[in-house]
Design a protein around this ligand. Structure first.
Ligand code: FES
Length: 108
């Protein structure tokens, strides 16, 4: 069975629930996820916990495709989940599917 067939598709929001540059916290299968609408219109979903000391990334400041953790300002790329230098680490990224106005997260 492919990964997509095994994944569960969960409705988490609609496009109109999101504002560019403002994160939204959602919970799927016990996991907290930070949802963002990027300037490009793309939807990004990352773990809502900074790899440094678990800062809530959904409350971070957004700049382009990056979010700055609200606690100590680590810069995290929302397209690949990588922490930017000089800090190191990464957050889990979630697959997102948008069907018309509805946003789904695919979760294992
Ligand atoms: S908890 Fe995110 S930078 Fe410290």
């Amino acid at each position: 069975m492919s990964k997509v067939e095994q994944a569960k598709k969960v409705k988490v929001a609609t496009l109109s629930d999101l504002t560019v540059g403002v994160g939204k916290r959602v919970k799927v299968a016990g996991e907290e996820i930070a949802l963002f609408k990027l300037k490009s219109g793309k939807i990004s979903a990352i773990e809502n916990s900074c790899p440094h000391k678990a800062g809530p990334l959904s409350e971070g400041i957004v700049s382009g495709d990056h979010v700055f953790c609200p606690l100590h300002d680590w810069k995290i790329c929302m397209t690949d989940g990588q922490v930017q230098a000089p800090d190191v680490g990464c957050v889990k990224k979630y697959e997102v599917e948008v069907v018309e106005d509805t946003i789904y997260i695919l979760i294992d």
